[in-house]
Design a protein around this ligand. Structure first.
Ligand code: ZN
Length: 126
């Protein structure tokens, strides 16, 4: 009886370890940059290490304000009809995305660091 218990515990431990390892690979990948796409096209790429607020305005009046703070990204403001993107909260790792369906806007985290370009200096960083 005791030996069976030991085996059971060992199996459970191994399973937990395996799950942990998988979650580290798929969910825990360190993110380095924020990538925003509109209707499948990349419109913004910013380092996650730099705090800032990035308004994304579209021709039809759609506005999303993406905020980077404390190594996390979140939707600070949006004038979409459902507001779901704001409620998705903060995200820090590369496996998650914030989606604003009404605006066809997707915020993703990428593990690739950004090569700073001069044109990026125009953006307001608070
Ligand atoms: Zn939205």
């Amino acid at each position: 009886m005791k030996k069976k218990d030991m085996i059971l515990i060992a199996v459970l431990l191994l399973a937990a370890l395996a799950l942990y390892a998988v979650s580290q690979i798929t969910l825990g990948a360190p993110a380095a940059s924020v990538v925003v796409t509109l209707d499948g096209k990349e419109v913004l790429r910013k380092p996650l290490a730099v705090e800032g607020r990035y308004p994304i305005e579209q021709a039809d009046g759609s506005v999303n304000v993406i905020a980077v703070e404390d190594g996390a990204v979140y939707m600070a403001e949006a004038n979409c009809r459902d507001g779901l993107c704001i409620r998705q909260g903060r995200m820090k790792n590369a496996a998650k995305t914030i989606v604003c369906l009404p605006h066809k806007l997707v915020v993703q985290l990428s593990g690739e660091p950004i090569v700073q370009e001069n044109s990026d200096l125009d953006v307001i960083i608070q």
